[in-house]
Design a binder for this molecule. Structure first.
Ligand SMILES: [Zn+2]
Length: 878
């Protein structure tokens, strides 16, 4: 039996298609014995799977997927197989007989600390053990033997044996429960409807569990009752605002029933908040799992509550888009993620009290898409995903945010009625099945009466983000011609990518120093140049805002006059969506090296305090910090840092006591303080000698300040340890790890770097996913003097890390340690030492796994982009 970290094992699209040709699965019975979990010396658990399948062809060898800690037996149609021959790596080979087959696997699966497979977490507050799994795209095979591909759907029956006092849950309700003499109990869950492996789930531990229910009269006169449940760790129970969560849940269920006209099919609806989660949430039907960061133990802003509601709605949309109808393979991941992202935001906007959902979408979600879509690794929304490693990396800004942005454009293009009607047909036609792009286009074509072929080619099959700009000609103070100029190139092919847009244009005038809307209209932009007759024959407006209403997906480029007015008067623009769109465009210009960072920073200092949406405010403050650290060359950075620090301090003191804005300024200040200028404020807030009216230094803020103090060398290891021991919690564990690694001492950096590369601490204990990332993030805070020596050690170990660690942990290390904070010297950006290091590695490792190369290519591109931004500052000052 081996207890090492199971290695990454790939599975190709071709292999999956081949397997689906050979067989279909009739049912799974999975039996897990988790009774040993509380003992840290127990590394694995018994996992038994019984699979009934039908072979469509006989005599062709195929395989089960299983990343395991030892297989005791494999029985095929009653006959034991020779495991030495059948079990090869993470595959179990067998040759089906014609027709009905039964496979039985009895094995050991391993607990995980990486968030992949069955994650085990020990609560630092009370020592209790918690388990939950995470599978997508392909880690169910870390828990039980199966055919790990989305189109081999089957009903699953789970049986779980665990300590008797634990809350044990799965996709379905418990059908039978029996207690045993040794304080353990066995729960047998009802069979699920046909679902894919990646959305099966188990929850086991002394979770705090709260219940409620939701009802709905259906069209046939019957009543649909959905039992609701919420769970979190017991030690978080006092912070668990179950009423608010149930309320959002009910709003969502009402909304989706009205919208989709297809009754919720999965029986109950549980939502579990779990520790050290690698993602925001996962849409397991009947038991959605969320990061417990959504159980707010420190004060949360309105924006954080809105973000949580958005995730709740996103996952609920998946109950239909993704769970009921599932993509055939990961190429069409967008068929669920883009829809969930768009419709989840729609649900927040239309079914809850949060009124800034589309503002957040425009300013934050789209920013993610624009960043990703300008990387050399971008791809069309409908992606080419040849294998699981590629699938794992496709949960990106294209699949989610760009896809959702394009669906928002589609909604404007075909109209809501056609969009909704297409969705309804799609669910009825493909329920419990698998689909591809063609299936969606078919229902959309039927509903809209339009041929969607050209639209989908332009939007779904090409990559890259185009730009839109209005060009004016004037005579005697009047506009004689106004043209929307569209530019765009698909970076993956080099071909022009000009798209059809349903676009809003907004016009604003300065009145008494205040920007006021004077008009707005929609138009269809078809080609590279589109006339705008509405703007002709009158004076040019002070501000013309392309993509007013944020209907389409494109970079906005302001005309020069508009830019000048915005930089001067943006603070007086009070319309939230227009304001957020304008700020997003300015940041995009910094990233494209067409707006020098100091100009952006001046605008931030002048106008940011007038922003009323805390989500947008926090985003811009984060961008400002990035602008200082990465887009300012070293010769101006200190001055810009000082100015921003002073401004943040002023804003903090001037903010309304107890407001979200005050908290946002305090958090941004703690972040910026890691690089200096604010030591006295940090120390004062920590020891109470500086008090800001209405500001409570709670757990989260306290750790942020401690990290800043540690990064400046003012907080000792023993102080950090005492802080954690005074209030042990998951937040404190991670907070301490980051603060420790941030300390500006050579031996600390050495130890942190070693810990990051090995994934273990000095005593050899395995670092969990969150502690590993905290260590990496802490390590990277520091001067070039402290850190530069490590670049040479980074490149040679990448391939080995990828080979030996799980893909989740390897990604955290490889991506996290890439040295993005660099100074442009006299060389060209492409000649910078770190860029050349990346180039050399890429040349030497042209056969490295595509997923690993993708990380390096993307980080290199991000670095070059910041260096170009620094060069633009130098040019503007020359
Ligand atoms: Zn999703």
């Amino acid at each position: 039996m081996e207890n090492q970290q199971p290695r990454n094992q790939n599975l190709s699209r071709d292999e999956a298609a081949e397997r689906a040709r050979i067989l279909s699965v009739d049912s799974y019975e999975v039996d897990l014995d988790l009774t040993g979990a509380p003992d840290p010396a127990v590394t694995g658990y018994r996992s038994r799977t019984r699979i009934a399948l039908t072979a469509h062809v006989a005599g062709e060898e195929t395989f089960l997927d299983f990343i395991h800690g030892g297989v005791a037996s494999v029985v095929h149609n009653g006959k034991p197989l020779d495991t030495a021959a059948a079990v090869r790596g993470s595959r179990i080979h067998f040759t089906p007989e014609a027709g009905h087959n039964i496979l039985e696997v009895d094995a050991t699966a391993l607990y995980s600390t990486s968030g992949e497979g069955m994650h085990r977490f020990v609560d630092p507050v009370d020592g209790q053990t918690y388990l939950y799994p995470q599978y997508e795209p392909a880690d169910a095979r870390r828990v039980f033997a199966n055919f790990e591909q989305p189109d081999l759907k089957a009903p699953f029956t789970f049986t779980v044996t665990a300590p008797a006092h634990w809350h044990v849950a799965s996709n379905q309700s418990v059908a039978e429960h029996s207690e045993h003499e040794n304080d353990t109990a066995t729960s047998v869950f009802a069979p699920t409807l046909p679902i894919s492996t990646y959305i099966t789930t188990i929850l086991a531990g002394p979770y705090h569990y709260v219940t409620d229910s939701w009802q709905r009269r259906l069209e046939d006169g019957s009543t649909l009752t959905v039992p609701l449940g919420l769970s979190c760790r017991a030690s978080l129970a006092e912070n668990f605002d179950a009423d608010a969560l149930f309320s959002t849940t009910r709003q969502g269920l009402d909304f989706f029933h009205d919208l989709f006209d297809y009754p919720y099919p999965w029986g109950k609806y549980d939502q579990a908040f779990v520790p050290e989660y690698n993602l925001g949430a996962m849409e397991n039907p009947g038991l959605v799992t969320f990061t417990e960061n959504y159980v707010f133990t420190s004060r949360a802003t309105e924006s954080q509550y809105e973000g949580r509601a958005n995730t709740i709605m996103h996952e609920m949309a998946h109950m239909w888009f993704g769970d009921l109808v599932t993509m055939r393979w990961w190429d069409d991941l967008w068929l669920k993620e883009s829809f969930a992202d768009f419709i989840g935001t729609l649900a927040v906007a239309e079914a809850t009290d949060f009124d800034t959902a589309w503002v957040t979408f425009a300013n934050r979600r789209k920013a993610w898409a624009y960043v990703q879509d300008q990387l050399p690794t971008t791809h069309p929304i409908v992606a080419d995903i040849p294998d699981l490693e590629a699938a794992r990396q496709n949960f990106d800004g294209i699949t989610y945010a760009k896809g959702a942005s394009v669906l928002k454009q589609l909604d404007a293009y075909v109209g809501r009625e056609a969009f909704v009607s297409a969705a309804r047909t799609y669910f009825r036609r493909h329920e419990y099945g698998n689909t591809t792009l063609a299936d969606f286009l078919a229902v959309l074509g039927e509903a809209s009466g339009r041929d969607m072929g050209a639209w989908s080619e332009a939007w779904l099959r090409t990559a890259g983000v185009g730009s839109l700009k209005v060009e004016f000609s004037e005579h005697d103070g009047d506009v004689t011609s106004a043209v929307i100029v569209q530019e765009g190139v698909d970076p993956t092919t080099g071909s022009p990518a000009i798209r059809p847009h349903t676009l809003g244009l907004g016009t604003f005038e300065l009145r008494g120093g205040v920007l006021e809307r004077t008009g707005g209209f929609r138009l269809d932009v078809i080609g590279a140049r589109t006339e705008v007759p509405e703007l002709v024959g009158r004076p040019r407006p002070a501000v013309v805002l392309p993509n007013d209403g944020d209907l389409t997906y494109a970079k906005v480029r302001f005309d020069e006059a508009t830019l000048e007015v915005l930089l001067e008067h943006l603070g007086s623009l009070t319309e939230p969506l227009a304001r957020a769109t304008a700020w997003a465009a300015l940041w995009s210009m910094v990233r494209d090296a067409v707006l020098p960072a100091p100009v952006f920073l001046t605008a931030v200092r002048r106008h940011v305090a007038t922003i009323t949406d805390v989500g947008v405010l926090s985003t811009i403050l984060g961008q400002a910090e990035t602008a200082v650290q990465r887009y300012c060359p070293p010769n101006v950075r200190d001055a810009e840092h000082r100015e921003l620090a002073r401004a943040l301090h002023d804003f903090l003191l001037a903010a309304e006591p107890g407001s979200d804005a005050q908290l946002a300024f305090a958090r941004a200040l703690a972040e910026l303080a890691r690089a200096g200028e604010l030591d006295h404020v940090v120390a004062g807030l920590l020891d109470g000698s500086v008090a800001v009216e209405g500001l409570i230094v709670d757990e989260q803020l306290r750790w942020a300040l401690l990290q800043a103090g540690a990064a400046r060398g003012h907080i000792t290891t023993s102080t950090l340890e005492a802080e954690r021991q005074a209030n042990p919690s998951a937040v404190a564990t991670v907070g301490q790890a980051l603060a420790w690694a941030a300390r500006p001492e050579a031996q600390v950096k050495q130890a942190a770097f070693d810990a990051a590369l090995s994934g273990t601490d000095a005593e050899g204990a395995v670092l969990s996913n969150d502690v590993l990332s905290a260590t990496v993030n802490g390590f990277l805070i520091g001067s070039h003097e402290l850190l530069d020596g490590y670049y040479e050690r980074y490149w040679p170990v990448l391939a080995d890390i990828w080979e030996t660690m799980s893909i989740g942990l390897a990604t955290r290390i490889v991506q996290g340690l890439f040295p993005l904070d660099q100074d442009l010297g006299t060389e060209a950006p492409e000649q910078h030492r770190v860029v050349r290091g990346a180039d050399a590695w890429l040349t030497e490792h042209d056969q490295a796994p595509r997923a690993l190369r993708r990380i390096i290519i993307e980080q290199r591109d991000q670095l070059v982009r910041t260096l170009r931004g620094q060069a633009a500052v130098n040019t503007s000052r020359a």
